[in-house]
Design a protein around this ligand. Structure first.
Ligand code: NAP
Length: 166
């Protein structure tokens, strides 16, 4: 499984259960990576989508401890159930797409983290762990800066050197 996210200079990832940035180049990257694959998310992230609807052309797996309902999603209510579900797919096809709570729980199981770094401070209320301070993670790729829609972004990949088996 790989995690995918965008983060600001402070590793902020969200505000008021929403994203802080809508950057078309980043959205295109997210879509390219995840379309035709499996996306895993927490219930708050599902609710943050327009109309609370799942992402199309992807298998949507949603973690919720309450018996949440969602047309077009597979709802799992424990990590055990989640692991049973994602083991049906090749690990490289499974993308963890947030949010903060779900990233935190599942980060040890991710082989890679794809972070689009936004050179801005968005005033986040929700954060991802600073991977530069985590010795288990190594920055293995960083793109040249891309100037887009008034933002400077960089596509980066962190490798998990101590990935936990599911
Ligand atoms: N920058 C990015 O790339 C990015 C990507 C995604 C999300 N975000 C942002 O992240 C924020 C949302 O993050 P969040 O931490 O509030 O929410 P979240 O991780 O999306 O969802 C949390 C919910 O997921 C369920 N859940 C999580 N772990 C579980 C487990 N082990 N077992 C059962 N259920 C579990 C629970 O749902 P129930 O309460 O139903 O039990 C929990 O309340 C928003 O601001 C969003 O925009 C940012």
């Amino acid at each position: 499984m790989k995690a995918i996210l965008h983060a600001d200079k402070e590793w902020g990832i969200g505000k008021n259960n929403s994203l802080m940035f809508r950057i078309p180049e980043d959205m295109k990257f997210f879509k390219n990576m995840t379309t035709g694959n499996v996306v895993v998310m927490g219930y708050n992230t599902l609710k943050s989508f327009p109309g609370g609807k799942p992402l199309k052309d992807r298998v949507n797996i949603v973690l919720s401890a309450t018996p949440a309902k969602c047309d077009g999603c597979i709802v799992v209510n424990s990590l055990k159930e989640l692991f049973g579900e994602i083991s049906k797919y090749e690990a490289d096809k499974v993308f963890l797409i947030g949010g903060a709570m779900t990233y935190k729980t599942l980060l040890p199981y991710c082989s890679e983290v794809l972070v689009t770094k936004v050179d801005a401070v968005g005033g986040a209320d929700t954060f991802f762990e600073n991977l530069d301070k985590n010795p288990d993670f190594e920055l293995v790729f960083e793109s040249q800066p891309v100037e887009t829609n008034g933002y400077i972004i960089r596509f980066t990949t962190y490798k998990n050197l101590a990935v936990k088996q599911i």
